[in-house]
Design a protein around this ligand. Structure first.
Ligand code: ZN
Length: 400
């Protein structure tokens, strides 16, 4: 057995079969102590306790190896510098494409090997999907919204029912991976309050059916209770934010809605993860604790949670912020294993990318190594010690 210098050319040219050992290996569901991941080209071959003597081995020592993280909700064209509208105003599509490329690279270097972009402008993110030096990306293009509705300045305005149908068709024709619909208003949109539905339920259902007929899932941005109920009825594929707001801007869902959401199997793509020191909106503690209680209710009824950081929208959510969501998931009462599953395997499954987010035989060899033990110390997940995309190292790794 050869123990490699991780900077060796063998690891930058993708060898045939090799192995990575760490004190802890998380496969997307369970932890294996002192095991090794066997990598074959761009795939995972399996997890083994003993490594065949003919394989090159990198021993990472007291580190934790896990599937690359899955961030289900990013905005690569935003850079967090001001209001959302100001961030894209007076910028050419070429500028935004370059900004998006840098943002995606930052995500990958921070351990996010798969991400979903839920709102660009000019479809600029789609071309980035071919770049092997970036994460695997599922892209929505401009989010669909009514005239002057939430994020209208990204170019997805639909004044009427016909425009809604045309917008879905356009996304299918351009090769988007998902359709993003702004079911309710959102923060920083003066025209529609956050809690209020932006579309008639029939129109929402029409758009969702149209997307599904074209083979595209639908990500539904929902802050209001009514919007969440309408999104469940329409059969969307993920519910973004899911803050359960009523007209008084209070999270106030009834038990029936929470149970229906749990039974629907539609994952909540919860907006979690931000850098320490982020300023909190007024009444944050009260609102956050009510959203948490409602989310816990859904999870206890068998519902699913995945992580969407909304990276890009403000300076406290850079595109590599996802590791900070672990602590937030634990405040929902999730065990570290369950939380890390939400950030890897469950996230990948929510995006329909079942070769991602797991270290099982045949899965893509997208790996993250961190210093220490995130099962006892959530902050360890932010200490990135190595990232591999399709078996190729992304950032320099130090062996133990
Ligand atoms: Zn968003």
């Amino acid at each position: 057995m050869t123990v490699l210098d991780p900077h060796s050319s063998l690891l930058t040219s993708r060898p045939g079969r090799w192995a990575l050992r760490a004190a802890r290996v998380f496969d997307g569901t369970t932890v294996h102590e002192g095991a090794a991941v066997i990598v074959a080209g761009d795939r995972i071959s399996g997890i083994a306790r003993s490594v065949p003597t003919d394989l090159a081995l990198v021993d990472l020592g007291d580190r934790t190896l896990l599937p690359g993280l899955v961030d289900c909700h990013q905005h690569l064209v935003f850079d967090g510098s001001g209001t959302l509208e100001a961030q894209v105003a007076d910028r050419s599509d070429a500028d935004l494409a370059e900004r998006a490329r840098r943002a995606a690279r930052r995500a990958l270097e921070g351990g996010v090997t798969t991400l979903r972009d839920l709102g660009d402008r000019g479809y600029v993110t789609l071309a980035l999907r071919d770049d092997p030096a970036l994460p695997t990306m599922a892209c929505a293009g401009p989010p669909i919204t009514p005239t002057q509705g939430h994020c209208w300045y990204l170019g997805g305005e639909c004044p009427d029912r016909d425009a809604l149908v045309r917008a879905v068709d356009e996304r299918a024709e351009r090769g988007c991976d998902v359709v993003k619909i702004m079911v309710t208003g959102g923060m920083m949109t003066p025209t529609t309050p956050m809690w209020m539905s932006q579309f008639a339920p029939d129109d929402l259902r029409l758009a969702v059916d149209r997307a599904h007929a074209a083979g595209l899932p639908v990500a539904a941005h929902c802050h209001g209770i009514d919007g969440i109920a309408e999104a469940i009825d329409a059969g969307v594929d993920t519910i973004e934010h899911c803050t359960f707001l009523n007209e008084a801007m209070e999270p106030d869902p009834d038990a029936g809605l929470l149970e229906r959401l749990a039974r629907s199997g539609i994952p909540i793509s919860a907006t979690l993860g931000s850098l320490p020191g982020a300023p909190l909106p007024p009444r944050y503690d009260t609102i956050a604790s009510k959203v948490r209680a409602a989310t816990v209710h859904v999870l206890s009824g068998g519902g699913t949670i995945v992580v969407g950081t909304d990276a890009g929208i403000d300076p406290f959510r850079p595109h590599d912020v996802a590791p900070h969501a672990l602590e937030d998931l634990e405040t929902l009462g999730l065990s570290a294993e369950r939380a890390l599953r939400a950030m890897t395997r469950d996230g990948a499954d929510a995006l329909g990318l079942t070769a991602k987010g797991r270290l099982t035989r045949g899965a893509d060899a997208d790996l993250l190594a961190v210093d220490g033990d995130p099962f006892t110390d959530a902050a360890a997940l932010t200490r990135v010690a190595g990232v591999w995309k399709a078996g190729v190292p992304v950032v320099p790794t130090e062996a133990a």
